[in-house]
Design a protein around this ligand. Structure first.
Ligand code: GLU
Length: 299
């Protein structure tokens, strides 16, 4: 079998249209894969239906196409993969690595400390549900271990998961699958060797590694790209009203994304094919800044 040594992916959530931040992530992951002769897959992370914007998935795909991205194989949709997530949860339950939880948000907030990413679950249901209480969510029973990994751009990153994060949710009280579980199953099923994504997800990575270890899955290599922040130092997102990028300005937007990734195009006003050709020939992780980039004024 011809298994590529490098298989990357871009996994947008269709909660809004592509903006300068998500475009930069797409460009970085694409160039990192293609410049090494790797494959690049697309996955639409459409599990959280209430947060989705109707039409966003199709709009993201057509924008990527207009920019000249070429992906391998069929686009994967998380909304069609519930059976796989069910099977993973069943495996964790069988291994006694997952447990039901009856706690409400308010109960947790009343006693929990804040950790690396919100409240640290205090463990009330770890030894079993309180008498008469109904299960609401499923949580992972974390081993009391330090998870450390070396990110290609951010360097060594470690968490004492039980203290810094706490037993985290796999299936939410509202019935939706948690991102942490779905992403791990998808990266494994798609044979992803290199996860190149935004640095906002660095904090999630130890959780994903812990899950992969418990499920016996291969841990990919990680490279977390710099985040783009607006003038108020907020991550560009739909919530912070980041403007959508426009396909009519594709060459200018691509040139900007490349410059933000430390790859200033050699000439102004290069067209799309020339930009891609130059970027593919010149891509180097060593040129990419690790820290956040403040975008004062956006196109
Ligand atoms: N769907 C996530 C997002 O749009 C990305 C997940 C990932 O790359 O692991 O932020």
């Amino acid at each position: 079998m011809n298994v590529p040594l490098y298989r990357g992916r871009f996994a947008p959530s269709p909660t809004g249209l592509l903006h300068a931040g998500s475009l930069t992530t797409a460009v970085g992951s694409y160039l990192d894969a293609r410049s090494q002769g790797g494959e690049w897959l697309l996955r639409i992370e459409d599990l959280d239906t209430p947060r989705q914007m109707p039409g966003a998935a199709a709009a993201i795909l057509s924008t990527l196409e207009a920019f000249g991205f070429e992906w391998d194989g069929e686009v994967a949709y998380q909304s069609r993969r519930h059976a796989r997530y069910d099977a993973a949860l069943a495996q964790l339950i069988t291994q006694a690595d997952a447990y039901p939880c009856a706690c409400t948000r308010q109960q947790i907030a009343a006693t929990a400390l804040r950790g690396a990413d919100g409240y640290v679950y205090p463990g009330a249901c770890r030894q079993g549900l309180p008498h008469g209480a109904a299960a609401r969510a499923w949580r992972l029973r974390l081993p009391d271990e330090r998870i450390a990994f070396v990110d290609a751009l951010q360097g060594l990153y470690a968490q004492e998961l039980l203290q810094d994060i706490g037993d985290f949710v796999l299936k939410r009280a509202d019935g939706f699958w948690a991102y942490q579980l779905a992403v791990v199953i998808d990266d494994a099923d798609q044979g992803i060797s290199d996860v190149v994504r935004g640095a906002d997800l660095l904090v999630s990575t130890p959780r994903q590694i812990a899950l992969m270890q418990l499920l016996g899955l291969r841990v990919p290599r990680y490279c977390h790209l710099p985040l783009l922040l607006n003038a108020s130092a907020e991550k560009l997102s739909k919530q912070t009203l980041a403007p959508a990028i426009r396909a009519e300005h594709a060459a200018a937007e691509l040139a900007l994304a490349l410059a933000r990734l430390g790859h200033q195009p050699p000439e102004p006003d290069m067209d799309l094919p020339a930009l891609w050709q130059w970027a593919l020939a010149n891509w180097s992780r060593a040129r990419v800044p690790a820290g956040p980039i403040v975008i004062a004024c956006m196109t």
